[in-house]
Design a protein around this ligand. Sequence first.
Ligand SMILES: [Zn+2]
Length: 319
Amino acid sequence: MKKVIIPVSIALISVWSCARKTVPSRVEQLKAERAAAMRTHTAPVATVPEPQNQENNMVSPNPNTYMDSSYANYTYHVMAKAFSDSIAENPNLNDASLNYASDFVGSINFNLRKPNFVIIHHTAQDSVSQTLRTFTLARTGVSAHYVIGRDGLVHHMVNDYLRAWHAGGGRWGNVTDMNSCSIGIELDNNGYEPFTDAQINSLLQVLRSLKKRFDIPAANFIGHSDWAPVRKDDPNVYFPWKLLSQYGFGLWWDDTTNVQVPQNFDYLQALRIIGYDVRNSVKAIISFRRHFCGINSNDGTLSPQEQKVLFCLYKKYLY
Ligand SMILES: [Zn+2]
């Protein structure tokens, strides 16, 4: 029998390429798994929701449709494709009352809009699986870009370029549609417990990535209750805002020992400058206290120490 000699370099290349094929990165593995799930999904065509042109130009599924994760994934791709097709439509004739030119000239200089805020939430639920289910039920009408478990596992449910439904009505500065300009991050936490180290470490990684990719300013990392103080109290007082600020996510106050609050200090104006909606001043104060003092209290007036904190902080927002 003839002996076949394989050159060492070729053998090494084959072993290397074989090893590469057999040890894919976690991202490659996830992509392959999702692609396989999409190929094998057998949802009957008739149950796939038709894109609906609603008043706000959003495409949404039938609100009564229950979605298991497989069907939700399938629907996610159908909807994303519908948006993609809508964006690529030529020409863009969105308003029949406008006097459009008859010939379309599309610019070639553009890219996708980028989020400029991050809103932190706690889920107020008992498990990640409960939250994943909530966000895949059409009738709930809520979602977030990320859900982070107590174990630090990151579920990326909505692409960063898409508009998740996490913030709802509210106001911060002069922003009145936070869903259109923000990323929503939900932390698995029932509202009455500390956050785990694994969870906060994963959160920091996600925030680092978002800040780097979208150039989000430190002041624009806020909580849901900051955005909607009348309706919301998340994240709770256990959330480590001071720690986050040390990494450049959110602003924080300095040592207040020598801070002298002026006699005529207008604390509602200061809260407004920071961003709070002060039309309900008591709720704005409660939300500020929760975020920056770590205290849950319904007291509608600021203590001398809280006024020092506010005075110190608002000067940072001025510049
Ligand atoms: Zn929330």
